[in-house]
Design a protein. Structure first.
Length: 100
């Protein structure tokens, strides 16, 4: 039986200036740059996507840490999901968009 993982994608441009994400056990599985065909007023045309995984048992910590690094404006969020039911920490990431 393998290690149960959680994962998601972070848009690098969604990080607030000066944000630091350190000591969080994430594994980057793909890094890509894309051009958006339509963007919001405060959002860049080109975006850097960091796809990541983490151990399911570690899910609450990366979720909270990622949420604190997001810019407060622009409607940014991190797609962070687990294999099981949605956790409270996952909701923090999606709620961050509503706080902007």
């Amino acid at each position: 039986m393998g290690l149960s993982c959680t994962g998601g994608v972070l848009i690098a441009e969604s990080l607030r200036v000066g944000a630091r994400l350190t000591g969080v056990p994430l594994q980057i599985t793909e890094l890509t740059r894309v051009e958006m065909t339509s963007t919001g007023v405060d959002q860049p045309r080109y975006r850097t996507l960091l796809y990541f995984t983490a151990a399911e048992s570690e899910a609450p910590r990366p979720a909270v840490e990622l949420a604190t690094c997001l810019a407060p404006t622009g409607g940014w969020y991190t797609d962070f999901h687990t294999a099981g039911p949605t956790s409270g920490s996952e909701l923090i990431l999606h709620a961050r968009e509503a706080d902007a």
